[in-house]
Design a binder for this molecule. Structure first.
Ligand code: CS2
Length: 494
């Protein structure tokens, strides 16, 4: 079978959307750091609509900060790849042409800096995952002891970290008298614009206080809320796309029909007309982001840890097991929603219902193990901030605590049968060591609460928090995840 490429585009079946603009005339207005599936199924699709409408300033240079795999898959296809949109009722395919070049930062940091310092570039967007910001998750401050940050301070012209690339790019553009880049974080962090601004400002300041002041005065960091469920692509997905397209695509991305992007409109150097593609521009991004993190992502992580421990491979399987849908509904309605900032005119009920339907999407095999990754970086904004607000209001946190307890058991590294779990988390090693000797639920929770970069000092010293999570660990250890969830759903809050 032939490979997807500019030469095979014309042979695609008629129903497949494809680039019809002149790709050779497109300029690289965007440099994107973190060329994973999420970017390719989300921001790249919005930008594709802008290119299709004829504004050819907004092509993208895609940068992988770690592995060459995506570049190796896409380069022979001249950057073309397929987005497959799936639900139970049929599949839709679109070939995206806007990712003009693919770079691998560790192989050629100078090429990445060259793209960032190019006169055509206006925006640098990021999907580098939570841990890519090198911050302390509980506070949002730059982790100045992070090995990549230590490296980038010692070798500022050959950075490794996303903040290191941003600071050096800002310096280079300033020296060349080019318009500043707008920094657009598209990761699931609270007030992601503020978070990236804070780490970039601090790193710039550590390099040179004057550069720090320049960042503070000149660089825009609009916040965004991004939402689309994009499970990791599997070989079965590749086969499905090949049989639908009649050509082979080495790295298509699979996603759901739902997509949402809410953006703060602060782009002093210009931006694509993304509104035409359905982006909402508003000053209220923070409220949208809090809602999405606490309802969608908080539920996702809860389903992931409890579902994994209960032996379920995917989110849809987990949702179908007794009690889980009710647990998630209770988590959203009873515990998370009362903590949300008001969003005038927004139908929260419909949003929550739609979330549960999205989790049930039978065509997406979203593995619990995938969502379970990097819990130490995700849980502060997904569950712990909700816990803080609930404790301050004197309100119950039983469902939140059950999800957290499941993470504590999961990240300690053994499932309910005693088998080892492949835990992926920057703190995995430290957690395993700290919890190795924890014999009782009390000991286990105490070992975790010493991780102040996750729990903060406030939660670590809250007796109510400690007791509720300990009771939940005890329950999970005694009854197992399946029975605990099933029982919990019947009894409601304890
Ligand atoms: C998921 C998210 O992997 C995860 O942690 O919760 O990637 C989730 O699918 C997206 O945020 C949906 O927008």
């Amino acid at each position: 079978m032939k490979r997807l490429s500019p030469e095979t585009l014309d042979a695609l079946p008629p129903g497949v959307e494809r680039p019809r603009y002149d790709r050779s005339a497109v300029k690289s207005g965007i440099v994107h750091l973190g060329l994973g599936a999420f970017h390719r199924a989300h921001q790249a699709v919005y930008t594709e609509a802008v290119l299709a409408a004829g504004d050819l300033r907004w092509g993208t240079v895609g940068v992988s900060l770690r592995s060459p795999e995506t570049r190796d898959a896409l380069a022979p296809q001249d950057g073309l790849y397929t987005v497959a949109v799936r639900d139970g009722s049929g599949d839709r395919f679109q070939v995206i042409g806007g990712i003009l070049r693919q770079l691998v930062a560790p192989q050629d940091p100078a090429a990445v800096l060259g793209a960032l310092a190019h006169p055509d570039a206006r925006i640098v967007s990021l999907t580098v995952t939570e841990k890519g910001y090198c911050h302390r998750p509980a506070t949002g401050e730059l982790d100045e002891t992070h090995p990549d940050i230590v490296h980038d301070l010692a070798h500022p012209n050959e950075p490794r970290s996303a903040p290191g690339f941003l600071v050096e790019a800002i310096r280079l553009r300033r020296a060349a008298g080019l318009p500043p880049l707008t920094v657009l974080s598209c990761d699931n962090l609270p007030a992601n614009g503020h978070t990236v601004a804070r780490v970039v400002r601090r790193l710039a300041e550590l390099r040179d206080p004057e550069l720090g002041a320049f960042v503070a005065d000149t660089i825009a960091f609009p916040s965004t809320m991004i939402d689309r469920i994009v499970p990791a692509t599997t070989d079965a997905d590749r086969a499905l796309v090949a049989s639908a397209l009649g050509v082979e695509d080495a790295w298509p991305v699979m996603t759901e029909p739902f997509t949402q992007w809410v953006v703060e409109d602060d782009f002093p150097s210009g931006r694509p007309d993304w509104a035409r593609a359905g982006v909402t521009f508003t000053a209220q991004v923070g409220a949208f982001e809090t809602m999405k993190l606490r309802l969608l992502n908080g539920s996702h992580s809860t389903l992931a840890y409890l579902g994994y421990l209960a032996g379920h491979e995917t989110v849809a399987d987990t949702m179908a097991a007794p009690g889980f849908a009710a647990l998630v509904r209770g988590l959203m309605e009873e515990e998370a929603s009362p903590t949300l900032p008001p969003l005038a005119g927004f139908d929260l009920d419909a949003y929550r219902r739609e979330l549960r339907d999205r989790f049930r999407n039978p065509a997406l095999r979203h593995r619990t193990w995938q969502i379970a990754m990097d819990g130490s970086q995700k849980l502060p904004q997904r569950l712990l901030n909700t816990v803080r607000d609930r404790l301050a209001a004197g309100a119950s946190i039983d469902r939140l605590a059950l999800g957290l307890a499941a993470w504590m058991i999961y990240a300690a590294g053994r499932d309910e049968t005693g088998a080892a779990i492949d835990v992926r988390d920057p703190l995995a090693e430290r957690i395993r060591t700290a919890t190795a000797a924890a014999g009782t639920p009390q000991d286990l929770v105490a070992a975790y609460l010493d991780f102040h970069e996750v729990f903060g000092r406030d939660l670590a010293s809250s007796p109510r928090f400690r007791e509720t999570v300990t009771a939940a660990v005890d329950r999970l250890k005694t009854d197992g995840a399946s029975r605990s969830v099933a029982r919990f759903a019947v009894e409601g809050s304890a």
